[in-house]
Ligand binder design. Structure first.
Ligand code: PLP
Length: 458
């Protein structure tokens, strides 16, 4: 049975960390037992505490525990959970009408969201935006549009990439378990190039960008044939792959390589986009101007909405009826997205993301200096990570250590997520609404968890 009176979320929620006992608590354990009888095992939860309210920088569960939020529901509640402009605009739209299907009867808020994305996206020239329901759907549509516009079938993706769980997007995704195992056969015409991953590049970081770009050129010219490639699809910061920031200069080289061959560049900004990194889009950090950009997670504050924004002549290559869907660009989600842009603009959240990044990266660098099990610290803005390795030299991934540190953080009331092709990355994605004292408290808790677990491996 639900609790009689439930806390209200949003920024008014009391901003404290509070742990009442074992995590998950008794009520969450009861609900988890119920979940196992109702929901397939393939739907897992990082931390199965059942949420009652969230806002500012905390998540409150059904046992009254209050966690510092370093996850934002995987980079979604960037402007804060139930942020005022999002909640008010979505609630007002719920009372006006919930759905017409934009393909049947359009409404203005869809246009307003497209206008915002066209204004902000660093795509050159005149732009158009298509709204969909999710990140995977945005990526699928970007590939459809690229193929229709170029008349070419091939798509080049990178090692460590994650693009979604549908047939095409899991085919574009690199990591086998748990995303692909048992789900084949996969979609054809997908080609994979090495990612310029400085920490793990065989010859070291100095030549990483140049050598990875050479490998991409070789793949395109020798294996795929540039005339067969519609697009190169890249995450400007790889998300699920472990917050890999490509070596400086790599993304601009990729853009040049594409331009020289008439191949489209698609930036998958589903995780890195919408103010997360201190720019509206992560590709702006290196001045890269893609032909198409996909967004989703942070776009509508948690309501399901994804988008493809691209050069008008490419976007218009698909005739009417070829794009869209029943729920795509739902009016409540559109109002929520307008609320997200209003929050970003009113509270200068790009600056806030940079400030959070400075605090996080400064503290994480100090932690790395103290603990050799932290092999790498990386990220941009409020998208930061540490890569855990076995001590003493070989950079061997330490996924068990990462999992133990995450569990210790959870038990102490800090919500953190793991990531990485080797499962050895802890990633930090606080909402930009997190108060400074909670941010610092969370980083201190993380430091204590690293110290305690590192002590057990040396
Ligand atoms: N692309 C990237 C870069 C992502 O990080 C994700 C999700 O994590 C997706 C696509 C898929 O998005 P969704 O889970 O909304 O389908």
């Amino acid at each position: 049975m639900p609790r009689a009176s439930r806390p209200v979320g949003g920024p008014g929620l009391t901003q404290v960390r509070r742990i009442t006992g074992e995590i998950p608590g008794p009520r969450s354990r009861e609900l988890l037992a119920r979940q196992r009888t109702l929901v397939p095992a393939g739907v897992g939860s990082t931390l199965p505490v059942f949420v009652e309210a969230a806002g500012g920088g905390v998540i409150v569960d059904a046992d009254g525990n209050s966690f510092i939020d370093f996850g934002s529901g995987i980079a979604v509640t960037t402007v804060g959970n139930s942020a005022p402009a999002v909640a008010e605009r979505a609630a007002a739209q719920l009372r006006r009408f919930t759905h017409t299907c934009f393909l049947v009867n359009p409404y203005e808020s869809y246009l307003d969201v497209c206008a915002k994305l066209n204004e902000y996206a660093p795509v050159p020239g005149e732009k158009r935006t298509l709204l969909v329901n999710s990140g995977a759907e945005a990526v699928e549509n970007a590939v459809k549009i690229a193929r229709a516009a170029t008349g070419r079938p091939g798509v080049v993706v990178f090692d460590h990439a994650f693009h979604g769980r549908t047939l095409l997007t899991m085919s574009l995704t690199a990591k086998n378990k748990p995303y692909k195992q048992g789900f084949g056969p996969f979609a054809p015409e997908v080609h994979r190039a090495p990612m310029a991953y400085p920490y793990r590049w065989p010859s070291g970081p100095a030549d990483c960008a140049a050598e990875a770009a050479d490998a991409l050129e070789d793949l395109l010219d020798r294996q795929v044939g540039a005339d067969n490639a519609a697009a190169v699809l890249v995450e400007p910061i790889q998300g699920e792959g472990g917050f890999i920031v490509p070596a400086p200069g790599f993304l601009p080289r990729v853009a040049e390589i594409c331009r020289a061959r008439g191949i489209l560049l698609i930036a998958d900004e589903v995780q890195s986009g919408i103010a997360r990194t201190g720019h509206m889009f992560a590709c702006e950090h290196e001045g890269v101007r893609p032909d198409l950009i996909t967004t989703a997670k942070g776009l509508a504050g948690g309501l399901p909405l994804g988008a493809v924004t691209g050069r008008a002549e490419l976007m218009d290559a698909v005739p009417a009826g070829g794009l869209g869907g029943t729920f795509s660009g739902n009016p409540v989600a559109c109002e929520a997205a307008l609320g997200v842009f209003a929050e970003i603009e009113a509270h200068d959240l790009l600056e806030r993301a940079l400030a959070i990044g400075d605090t996080m990266l400064g503290r994480l660098d100090a932690l790395r200096d103290a603990h050799p099990v932290i092999g790498d610290v990386r990220g941009r803005g409020a998208m930061a990570a540490i890569e855990l390795v076995e001590p003493f030299g070989e950079r061997l991934p330490a996924p068990d250590l990462a999992a133990r540190i995450a569990r210790r953080c959870h038990a102490e009331g800090l919500m953190v997520l793991t990531a990485g092709s080797y499962g050895n990355v802890l990633r930090f994605l606080p909402p930009l609404s997190i108060p400074d004292d909670l941010l610092v408290e969370g980083l201190s808790l993380l430091g204590e968890a690293v110290a305690a677990e590192a002590a057990s491996v040396v």
